[in-house]
Design a protein around this ligand. Structure first.
Ligand SMILES: NC(=O)C1=CN([C@@H]2O[C@H](COP(=O)(O)OP(=O)(O)OC[C@H]3O[C@@H](n4cnc5c(N)ncnc54)[C@H](OP(=O)(O)O)[C@@H]3O)[C@@H](O)[C@H]2O)C=CC1
Ligand SMILES: CC(=O)[C@@H](O)[C@H](O)COP(=O)(O)O
Ligand SMILES: [Mn+2]
Length: 402
């Protein structure tokens, strides 16, 4: 067995921490080459102390100096750098075999794309990369010898339930050609699945980040609460599995035990089940095609007791409808949707807008900008940038009219 040399982008986050937990269980298989972070410098120093990476990357010079001081105090030789070019370097270095893409938001796109172009094994948690630039990313991954493994729990489940030849090369045929009718993408429904709609205007940040089943970062937790997470995941599934929008059905399943399913022409439905613990998909991606211990409790079906299913309600959760329409519209629309959502979620987390205003910001950005050119990465990044400016100004004008 050849040891994998791993870069973890977003090492201090929820996915990054779980990744390091799995890696630590298998020192003979994995060696950490580089770690990156943005604000949590002390946490990054602690991770460097444990995993002894060659490189650590942060956002800016001030953080880099703080990190260097902390590392020196502990006698560590980790080399420190900062900025987006440094993220690309630790994702493409020749000795690196594997990149965990776990930066949150579109900020993770450039390094993730660079890793795919450099033929790395890419463990893709950062769904925003596919929402922003799905076609270009999948083209880059299939033109290089990159092995792309979905880490998002639903997509990891779908990957496991697909025929092996198809999941590894989805663009050499189609779902219909391999006997698949549709993908059943499960959704927990989030913390507000059964909340009285009339009280949505009063939703607080603390309520929105409290996911019923998963422990995750703040941005994705708010996305789950608005069901934008499911919308982003529909777009992610479209690109990962060469699926048409109407081949993806969202199924609300509040227990988050079935992580998603694939429905075949002969009536079979293949599902992947497990406890809601991201170390399972992370271990799957790290070890594929083998299976390794992930430190996860075995699923106790008697404790789970029952599994429920229902259709999603896009009146309660307009973000899901907006994501489906952006996917159908294509072009720059998903990039605009994603960027406006990032700005709106940030404003909600900072208590500048209400939860129910998140879809209003996104809808306004889509109406203005969805038809921007989208043929190249530069054009998509321009659409992303324009959407951020528009959403920021929209929020500002809303605030000043209150
Ligand atoms: N958490 C989960 O269970 C799941 C997450 N995902 C996806 O995985 C990704 C990561 O999610 P999650 O781990 O929850 O997020 P977290 O917020 O917990 O972590 C995000 C990581 O990215 C770093 N980061 C934040 N902003 C920037 C930036 N501008 N540039 C570089 N690094 C940055 C953070 O650094 P710092 O901590 O130092 O600020 C942190 O290391 C997201 O795309 C999410 O949708 C998908 C499925 C499940
Ligand atoms: C763990 C994971 O993959 C999250 O994306 C999770 O799926 C969020 O759950 P819901 O968006 O279904 O509430
Ligand atoms: Mn998910």
């Amino acid at each position: 067995m050849q040891q994998q040399i791993v870069t973890v982008l977003g090492a201090t986050g929820s996915i990054g921490t779980n990744t390091l937990d799995v890696i630590e269980r298998h020192p003979e298989r994995y060696q950490v080459y580089a770690l990156s972070a943005a604000t949590q410098i002390e946490k990054l120093i602690a991770a460097c102390e444990k995993h002894r990476p060659k490189h650590a990357v942060v956002l800016d010079e001030v953080s880099a100096e703080q990190l260097s001081r902390g590392l020196r105090l502990r006698g560590l030789e980790t080399q420190v750098s900062f900025g987006s070019q440094a993220l690309i370097e630790i994702s493409t270095a020749p000795e690196v075999t594997t990149v965990m893409a776990a930066i949150v938001g579109a900020a993770g796109m450039s390094a993730t794309l660079a890793a795919a172009k450099a033929s790395k094994r890419v463990l893709l948690a950062n769904k925003e990369t596919l929402v922003l630039a799905g076609q270009l990313f999948m083209d880059a991954a299939s033109h290089s010898a990159s092995v792309l493994l979905p880490i998002d729990s639903e997509h990891n489940a779908i990957f496991q339930a697909l025929p092996a030849a198809y999941r590894e090369n989805p663009y050499q045929s189609s779902l219909a050609e391999v006997g698949i009718e549709r993908i059943l993408l499960t959704a927990s429904g989030g913390p507000f699945r059964t909340r009285e709609l009339a009280t949505f205007a009063d939703i607080t940040v603390a309520e929105a980040v409290k996911h019923p089943n998963w422990s995750m970062g703040r941005k994705i937790s708010v996305d789950s609460a608005s069901m934008m997470n499911k919308g982003l995941e529909v777009i992610e599934a479209r690109w990962l599995f060469n699926a048409l929008a109407d081949q993806i059905q969202v199924v609300v399943h509040p227990q988050s035990v079935i992580h998603s399913m694939v429905q075949y022409r002969d009536g079979s439905v293949l599902a992947q089940l497990g406890s809601p613990d991201m170390r399972t998909p992370i271990a799957y991606g790290l070890a594929y095609p083998e299976r390794i211990d992930a430190g996860v409790q075995p699923l106790d079906l008697f404790a789970v007791g029952r599994l429920d299913f229902s259709p999603p309600d896009t009146t309660r959760f307009p973000c899901l409808g907006l994501a489906f329409s952006a996917l159908k519209q294509g072009g720059a629309a998903p990039a605009v949707l994603n960027a406006a959502n990032e700005i709106a979620v940030e404003a909600f987390l900072n208590e500048r807008i209400k939860f129910i205003e998140i879809p209003q910001v996104i809808d306004a950005a889509l109406s203005q900008l969805a038809t921007l050119p989208s043929m190249s990465i530069e054009q998509l990044l321009e659409a992303d940038a324009q959407s951020r400016v528009f959403a920021t100004q929209f929020i500002q004008s809303k605030l000043s009219s209150c």
